[in-house]
Every structure is written in C-alpha cells, then in structure tokens.
Write a protein that binds this ligand. Structure first.
Ligand SMILES: Cc1cc2nc3c(=O)[nH]c(=O)nc-3n(C[C@H](O)[C@H](O)[C@H](O)COP(=O)(O)O)c2cc1C
Length: 408
C-alpha cells in the first residue's frame, strides 16, 4: 500500500527536529502523496521556505493574514483540500495551541477548519514532554481523535537522553500508510461505550533477547490475550495503542500497533506513551533477563559447554506504576502455583491498581484459546471464565473500566 494520490498538508512547527521535515516531504512524495507545507513562524527560524518549496515542488504557506496568500490558496481552501494533516515536528507550543483551540496562525486555524484527520508527531526535550501541561494537552488531543506518532526514546539535541525524539521520517510514512486516512469520527474510537474517550495502552506478546546474530531467548506467549484486549478496548470506545513483541496475531481494526522486539525496546516505547494514557495493561510476557553481551556474528558450536551471562531487564509495569501522573495500571501474573497469593503480592509490591492472574503450564495459559483469570484489586476479587480470550478480555475491561471510573 502507498499514499497514492493522497493530499497531505504537512505542518512544521519550530523545534530543532524541523531539519528532518524536508526529508519527510521527500518520502511522502515518494510514497505517492501530494504535499503542501505550512510553516509556523517558529519553524521558519530553523528551516527556510525555499527548502520546502524545492522538495515539495509547491508554494509554501506561512502567513494567515497575508492578502496575497489568501487570494491564492487561502486557509479554508487548504483545509478543504487536505485528505490528511500531519504536523511534524509538533512542538509543545503547537500542541498547547491546538488543545486550546487557538487559531492564531495559519497552521492552527487550518487545523480548526479542516475535517481531515490530523496526526501529530511531537518532538521536544524530555522534560518538556513529561511536563503535566504537555501530557494534558496531548490527552485532550487524543480524546478529540487526533493521532499521535512518537516521540521516540533516545539521545536528544541537547545531549540528554529520554522520550522526545521525532519519529524517523521513514517510520512516520510507514505508519501513515498502515493507518489510511479516514474521516476523524469514523476512523477512531466509537463515541459510545464504557471506555469512550479513554486512551488504552497495551503491551502484548513475548520479547526476544538476542544471544547472537541468529539465536535469541524468548517464551511461549502468543500475544493472543493482549491482542484480544486491544480489540475489546477498541470496541468499548477507547483509542488503543498496542505495543507488540513478535506475534503472528493480526492487528485489530483501528488499533495503533507498534512492533518491538526486545524488552528494552518495549520499555522505551511504553514509557514514552504511558503518561498520555488512561489505562495501561501489561499483557506482554517480557523477558526478565537479557544476554549481557550478545555477539553480532553467529556463535560456533565448538565448545562442550557455553555459559551465557544475563542481566536484569527494567520492569516496565513497575516503572509505569511509579509515574507521578501515571495511568490506571493493570498487570498480569502467570503462575504455576499459589496463584492468588503470588498475584496479591505482585499487586502490592509493584503498586498496581489491578492484577489478572492465570495459571500456566500443563497446557494452560499460553498458546491456547480459552483462559481463566483471577482478577484482584486492593479491595476486591473476581474469577472470569473459563471462556474464550475474547470473552475474558471483554469482561476484564468492563471491570477495569468500573475501577477506573471509581478512581476518577
Ligand atoms: C534552539 C531551539 C530549539 C528548540 N527546540 C524545540 C523542540 O525541539 N521542541 C519544542 O517543543 N520546542 C522547541 N523550542 C521552543 C519553540 O521554538 C518555541 O516554543 C516556539 O514558540 C514554537 O513555536 P511554534 O510551535 O509556533 O512553531 C526550541 C527553541 C529553540 C530556541
């Protein structure tokens, strides 16, 4: 699939990552899109209109209150022309102005005036990204059906590290292709349902920890429970982001899927999005350890014995539960014995809001269609099933939704 004949307005705001936007224009055009660029005043301090004019082969739009520009393709015309509006990079300031419904420049006015779906690709310093104001603004935008791509975890312009990097242009294009433009109301969460207006973040599947170029440590998780939860959350009205380890399960309709391989990648992808979500469900079977020193070539089997040194992976669930303005956290516990005791201990030790425990081993839990879940929260418990993972997922979300509403 491509972006063939799609008309995209690319808004560029004034962040350091604006230097990557011309590359995004080039890649969008290569994918078949027709691109019109709108620059904020801030963006023009970083990259000039001439660069964008050269790569887009179109005039660049910069001013709202310019009679000549308005006589050409004016702001309303641009708003109607677009099949999709993409803002990359989206600064903290731009997100704030969009969330407030301001129309004080061409880009924000156009966003208010368009019925096309809008995707924002935030990029900023990690402290700005984690700031309560930025996260609140993002949550408001998400609730209004605006799509968010990124930011990614990694080294930032000022030499620090954390979530805030603009998603690479090639990945932005891949994600736009994977989520075809649809009217904002139809392509997103249904407006009704127990989780309407909520953003649910789910991890699913196993992780793979490389030993060498061809071998890895993994586990038996199929991802089926997490994918069933993603489908059920979407059907309950939520906007859903699914962070998936390697799994052959199909992506549920209207669910944003982010593929990762290792526990470290899953940790980074999750922590970058957790504060902007209302409910976090950790259904992935994350490797507790990774190989300390994986080799890039294939290990020879010349030795009688081979010892692998392992180091602990970060605890995704614990780190999300510890976030100051974090989401409601629902963890899973797969146990072979003393199910409830272990699950309640995990609930308390990790500071979770709810835990769903299932028995594994002897053909139960992993790689099977049916499941039984023991759901515990600080002052309650219920057993679900045995039933299909789809039914269990629906029932579990109903309970989580009730607790989430109770938690305010
Ligand atoms: C050198 C420099 C780099 C900046 N980088 C970013 C950034 O990456 N992300 C961001 O949100 N703001 C960044 N800012 C702040 C914005 O430029 C500022 O908030 C501006 O008002 C944004 O305007 P706009 O959103 O209308 O483009 C940076 C400022 C400077 C001086």
């Amino acid at each position: 699939m491509t972006l063939s004949a799609e008309r995209i307005v690319l808004g560029v705001s004034g962040g350091i990552a604006a230097y990557k936007a011309p590359d995004l224009v080039r890649r969008l055009r290569e994918a078949g899109a027709e691109v019109r660029v709108v620059l904020t005043q801030g963006a023009r301090a970083f990259v000039g209109p001439l660069t964008f004019q050269a790569v887009s082969h179109q005039p660049v739009h910069t001013d709202l209150l310019d009679p000549a520009a308005e006589a050409g393709m004016g702001h309303l015309e641009l708003a109607r022309w677009a099949d999709r509006v993409v803002i990359a990079p989206a600064t903290a300031d731009c997100l704030a102005r969009l969330a407030a419904g301001l129309a004080d420049d061409l880009l924000t006015t156009l966003c208010l005036a368009t019925e096309a779906p809008i995707t924002v690709c935030p990029a900023m310093n990690h402290v700005m990204w984690r700031a309560a104001a930025t996260q609140d603004n993002l949550a408001t935008l998400v609730q209004r059906g605006i799509d968010v791509i990124g930011p990614e975890e990694g080294s930032l312009a000022e030499g620090e590290s954390g979530p805030g990097r603009l998603t690479e242009p090639a990945e932005v294009v891949r994600r736009l292709i994977a989520a075809p433009a649809a009217p904002r109301t139809a392509g997103h969460a249904p407006k009704s349902g127990p989780l309407a207006g909520r953003h649910v973040l789910i991890t699913a599947g196993p992780t793979r920890e490389a030993i060498d170029a061809v071998r890895f440590i993994a586990n038996r998780s199929s991802g089926r429970m997490g994918f069933a939860l993603a489908a059920a959350a979407q059907a309950s009205g939520a906007r859903v982001t699914l962070i998936a380890g390697p799994s052959t399960e199909p992506t549920p309709t209207n669910v944003e899927r982010i593929d990762v391989e290792t526990a470290l990648e899953m940790h980074a992808a999750t922590l970058a999005r957790a504060s902007a979500s209302d409910l976090f469900i950790a259904a992935a079977a994350v490797a507790d350890y990774r190989v300390a020193d994986p080799v890039t070539h294939k290990l020879k089997n010349s030795r009688e014995q081979q010892t692998l040194a392992l180091v602990a992976n970060p605890d995704i669930l614990r780190d999300v539960a510890a976030l100051p303005n974090g989401p409601f956290t629902l963890g899973f516990a797969a146990e072979t014995e003393a199910l409830e005791e272990h699950a309640r201990h995990k609930l308390t030790a990790k500071g979770l809001d709810m835990i769903a425990a299932n028995r594994v081993g002897d053909g139960m839990g992993f790689e099977v269609a049916d499941n039984t879940l023991h759901v515990l929260w600080p002052d309650g418990a219920v057993t679900l099933g045995p039933a299909t993972k789809g039914q269990i997922a629906h029932d579990l979300l109903t309970i989580a939704g009730e607790q989430l509403d109770g938690a305010g």
